[in-house]
Design a protein around this ligand. Structure first.
Ligand code: SF4
Length: 63
């Protein structure tokens, strides 16, 4: 699984961090980035992507 975050689209709502806080964090500009792509279960990471209000997170399945 690969995780891509469109930082232009991210509004810093932190829903991804609420769902998968070991995978996502906010940088100093209030934009989400990946701290550890395997920090949470794949289910939690998918939940995070679905929870994002601006659909800034793209999940690419596979290696
Ligand atoms: S949920 Fe979406 S908008 Fe909110 S911080 Fe995460 S990527 Fe950004």
């Amino acid at each position: 699984m690969k995780i891509k975050i469109d930082q232009e689209t991210c509004i810093g709502a932190s829903a991804c961090i609420a769902a998968a806080g070991k995978t996502f964090a906010l940088d100093e500009n209030g934009k989400s980035y990946v701290t550890n792509a395997e920090g949470d279960s794949p289910e939690a990471i998918r939940d995070a992507a679905q929870a994002c209000p601006t659909q800034a997170i793209e999940i690419i399945e596979g290696n």
